[in-house]
Design a protein around this ligand. Sequence first.
Ligand SMILES: [Zn+2]
Length: 76
Amino acid sequence: MGDVRCPNATCKGALRYFRDLREDEAAATRGVVSGYPGERDEKFRPSAYHRCTTPGCRRVQRKDNWQVGGNLPEGF
Ligand SMILES: [Zn+2]
């Protein structure tokens, strides 16, 4: 998905390469963003999200709004 801003401390807000979610990541992302009213239940679309590829970073966020997102649980 190209280089976009990652707000995590490990990435220091620099532009990072993001890729589409795998199936297991998509399921976990649903839980990560359930606190956003516009992302709950049937409104959630995994294809709207991507993941930071920087080693050690678990950031997932909307492709069209980097401020909507969070971190996948440890192990991802
Ligand atoms: Zn990152």
